[in-house]
Design a protein around this ligand. Structure first.
Ligand SMILES: *[C@@H]1O[C@H](CO)[C@@H](O)[C@H](O)[C@H]1NC(C)=O
Ligand SMILES: *[C@@H]1O[C@H](CO)[C@@H](O)[C@H](O)[C@H]1NC(C)=O
Ligand SMILES: *[C@@H]1O[C@H](CO)[C@@H](O)[C@H](O)[C@H]1NC(C)=O
Length: 319
């Protein structure tokens, strides 16, 4: 009896499959295209808003030509040129200087440096203005350490996070290079506040200047050798240092993990000492950090990773 039912059910499902397949075939073979379909003989559908536009589009060249020929633009560029010529006289820049301009605005400073003969100029701003200025966050510059000889900003006082802003400038300027920043004209008190932002540079000179029609105080700093161990004083300093460490992305990621693990464990050790009167020696603590990080990284990585023995030789063994 049961067998009969099963055979019957099987037959029904075969029938259902056959009907479904047949229907699908019919749909594909004999369906007439709906009204909304595009007639292939027509002009192609516009793919972007520019394709559909009938009016001529203003090219960047035309727009720039118009902007650059204004009186305001010329005056701005000239005010930068006065400053840069001054820096040249002071031997801070030459034609071979690799210059970085942050908060470059429309690119007046970039144009000015070009005009006085520099070849390698990079201008960045949160909004790009081709061809003079490209887009980058001044708090997280997309450049390696020490690649510029001059770091320049005319708007230090407008920075969202001044200490991070200055740190990025210092990071990208080579030891021996100069960092020049301008801010609204100020007395010694405010200037000293600004100087405190620089951790790896030495004060060289300050001047009151006129830039783009405003009175400003310009500070010239000489980039000196990093004292990284001195500049890491807080947890965020450490995490920042780790996030910029080295040039290998995968090694850096692991280094950041080690730093987080270390901080977390130090916190635990402290609590154990304070609240549970447990005595954890430095040696013991270090061993635990090594072990904890190993398991942490191992369980978080989806690919295989080095063995415990290899990890002890170097935590970057497999990278
Ligand atoms: C720097 O470049 C400018 C413009 O190209 C040129 O006039 C000047 O002589 C150059 N200076 C040096 C020292 O090469
Ligand atoms: C710039 O001018 C201010 C007054 O507006 C003055 O207090 C300050 O000392 C001047 N700075 C320099 C470097 O001359
Ligand atoms: C903690 O241990 C170290 C060595 O293991 C010992 O010298 C020290 O006296 C201990 N401290 C406490 C508070 O028990």
């Amino acid at each position: 009896m049961e067998k009969h039912i099963q055979t019957f059910l099987n037959k029904i499902s075969y029938l259902a499959i056959t009907i479904a397949t047949f229907t699908l075939l019919l749909v594909f073979l004999f369906q007439t295209p709906p009204e909304t379909c595009i007639n292939p003989n027509h002009k192609p559908h516009p793919r972007s808003s520019c394709d559909a536009a009938h009016r001529p589009i203003t090219t960047i060249e035309k727009k720039n030509h118009r902007l650059w020929s204004t009186h305001t633009w010329r005056k701005s560029v000239d005010s930068f040129s006065a400053i840069f010529n001054d820096l040249r006289t002071l031997k801070h820049i030459s034609n071979h200087t690799h210059a970085l301009i942050v908060s470059a605005g429309g690119g007046q400073a970039v144009m000015s440096l070009k005009e006085i003969g520099l070849h390698e100029i990079t201008g960045v701003e949160v909004v790009d203005s081709p061809p003079l200025v490209s887009r980058a966050d001044p708090h997280n510059l997309p450049f390696f350490d020490g690649v510029f000889n001059l770091g320049f900003s005319a708007h230090l006082d407008l920075a969202l996070f001044p200490s991070r802003y200055v740190r990025e400038l210092e990071r990208t300027v080579v030891v021996g290079g100069v960092i020049v920043v301008c801010m609204e004209e100020c007395g010694n008190g405010e200037m000293n506040e600004a100087l405190k932002l620089f951790r790896n540079s030495k004060f060289s000179q300050a001047k009151n200047v006129t830039l783009m029609g405003s009175k400003m105080t310009m500070i010239i700093m000489k980039r000196i050798k990093s004292r990284e161990h001195e500049s890491i004083q807080t947890i965020s300093d450490l995490i920042y240092f780790a996030s910029k460490w080295g040039r290998n992305k995968r090694k850096r990621k692991r280094f950041v993990a080690i730093c987080y693990d270390m901080i977390w464990n130090l916190w635990r050790f402290r609590n154990k000492r304070l609240f549970h009167c447990e005595n954890i020696s430095v040696h013991n603590g270090l061993e635990r950090i090594k072990a904890m990080t190993f398991f942490w990284v191992k369980h978080r990585s989806n690919k295989g990773m080095c063995s415990w023995e290899e990890w002890l030789i170097s935590p970057f063994y497999d990278l």
